[in-house]
Design a protein around this ligand. Structure first.
Ligand SMILES: NC(=O)c1ccc[n+]([C@@H]2O[C@H](COP(=O)([O-])OP(=O)(O)OC[C@H]3O[C@@H](n4cnc5c(N)ncnc54)[C@H](OP(=O)(O)O)[C@@H]3O)[C@@H](O)[C@H]2O)c1
Length: 303
């Protein structure tokens, strides 16, 4: 038997259990990974509340992981037992073992800490694709909303790497950290638009939204053209205003490998604010569902 996070009805973290499940084995083109860490995402919460997509219950949970390959199916390419990898899956990553397509994993650089390795597979690709969708350059001043979160932190840094000036919204306690990355922090809440104007008197040319709602209203009020605003958090607003909505769909293992290398070398920074054992999965989600904090929360498993 193997252990996995599971839920049998929609709801709060209270519905989560860690249960014994039959061992899974890889089929053609798949590998099995003994998971060492698995990240938490707001997406998991939406899925667990039945918002998207509807599931056949019971269901596993979690979409990103890192671990060691312990079984290889037929035609699984270059992969071998013992390879250290990180990757993504639709759901079910929060488990001792996960069976995935051989094309949904990338090699984990030796220098990449196990804890953060499990927290890159979903947010990393999302940030990379969202940022690339705006073709940013040195003449851009970009608003990144939710800049302290998993996607926001990476997007803000990727925008900086593209040469843009970056202003990021976050609560005060995260400002010093953002400043250290060359991002100008601005507090959200009442008066945000005025503070944004002060932070960028030259004006904004683009926005990467990770929050939705009032953040998008603010971006539009600042005069950023709708086609230069990409949101990953508010599909209704994207449709209403004709905004971009490029997110994690269509991700590739090559992109993930690139991101992993950048995080391992310290060129991209993605802090883990908390790491919980598998058995504390409910507490871990109560933490995530506060909606605040810097970087990632992960579950740590195994050695
Ligand atoms: N479409 C896709 O493919 C895709 C993929 C991944 C994520 N998403 C969505 O993108 C959103 C962000 O995901 P994430 O993984 O980055 O979340 P996260 O790591 O949980 O971060 C959320 C961040 O939002 C900040 N925050 C809360 N309220 C805010 C506000 N009003 N203005 C600005 N910042 C605020 C919090 O920082 P403070 O401590 O500073 O408050 C926190 O760091 C979620 O809605 C998620 O579902 C979509």
């Amino acid at each position: 038997m193997s252990r996995a996070v599971s839920f049998s009805s929609y709801g709060t973290p209270e519905v989560l259990e860690v249960i014994d499940v039959p061992e899974v084995h890889p089929g053609e083109g798949q590998v099995r990974v003994a998971v060492r860490s698995a990240g938490l995402n707001p997406f998991d919460v939406k899925v667990r509340h039945g918002v998207l997509p509807k599931l056949i219950l019971p269901s596993g949970q979690g979409s990103e992981f890192a671990g060691v390959i312990d079984e290889v199916g037929a035609d699984a390419g270059e992969w071998q037992v013992g390879d250290e990898v990180l990757g993504w899956i639709g759901r079910g990553a929060q488990a001792e073992h996960v069976v995935v397509s051989a094309s949904s994993i990338a090699r984990k650089p030796a220098a990449l800490d196990w804890t953060i390795a499990g927290g890159i597979g979903l947010v990393g690709n999302t940030a990379k694709r969202a940022t690339a969708s705006l073709s940013l350059g040195g003449r851009d001043t970009v608003l990144v909303t939710g800049a302290a979160g998993g996607v926001g932190l990476l997007s803000a840094q990727l925008a900086r790497r593209a040469g843009a000036t970056v202003v990021g919204t976050a609560s005060e306690r995260n400002h010093e950290f953002l400043r250290g990355l060359g991002i100008t922090p601005v507090a959200y809440g009442p008066g945000m638009s005025d503070r944004l104007r002060e932070a960028a008197p030259q004006g904004f040319t683009a926005a990467l939204d990770n929050v939705g709602g009032e953040s998008i209203e603010a971006a539009l009020a600042l005069g950023i053209p709708p086609q230069r605003i990409n949101t990953i958090a508010d599909h209704a607003a994207a449709e209403k205003y004709g905004l971009g909505s490029v997110g994690g769909g269509g991700k590739t293992a090559e992109e993930l490998a690139e991101l992993a290398t950048l995080v391992a070398s310290g060129e991209l920074v993605l802090p883990v604010r908390a790491s919980y054992p598998l058995d504390e999965v409910r507490t871990a989600y109560e933490d995530l569902e506060t909606g605040h904090g810097l970087g990632k929360i992960v579950l740590s498993l195994g050695a």
